[in-house]
Design a protein around this ligand. Structure first.
Ligand code: SF4
Length: 83
């Protein structure tokens, strides 16, 4: 399977040329969830997390895997950046 996640958020550690996400997995959740959960809560824990509805608006969703380039927290969630 050859899947791509396209993303325009170029200050993210996982962003790559061509607007591609190079994270080996990501977690998308509601903004409300993203606001209160620490960085270590991410895709690795997805199976044990409860779904988070977004009230019918894409504006209320976020990429929980986002971490800014150069951040000391890039390994907090154990997500891998692919080459
Ligand atoms: S982790 Fe999320 S914000 Fe970062 S490049 Fe991938 S999709 Fe975009």
């Amino acid at each position: 399977m050859n899947q791509h996640i396209h993303c325009l958020v170029n200050d993210c550690h996982y962003w790559s040329q061509g607007n591609l996400c190079k994270a080996n997995e990501i977690l998308v959740a509601s903004d409300q969830f993203g606001d209160v959960q620490p960085d270590r809560v991410d895709a690795k824990m997805a199976k044990q997390l409860s779904p988070t509805p977004a009230g019918g608006s894409c504006m209320a969703t976020c990429c929980k895997t986002y971490v800014s380039k150069g951040s000391a927290e890039t390994d907090a969630d154990r997500i891998t950046r692919m080459s």
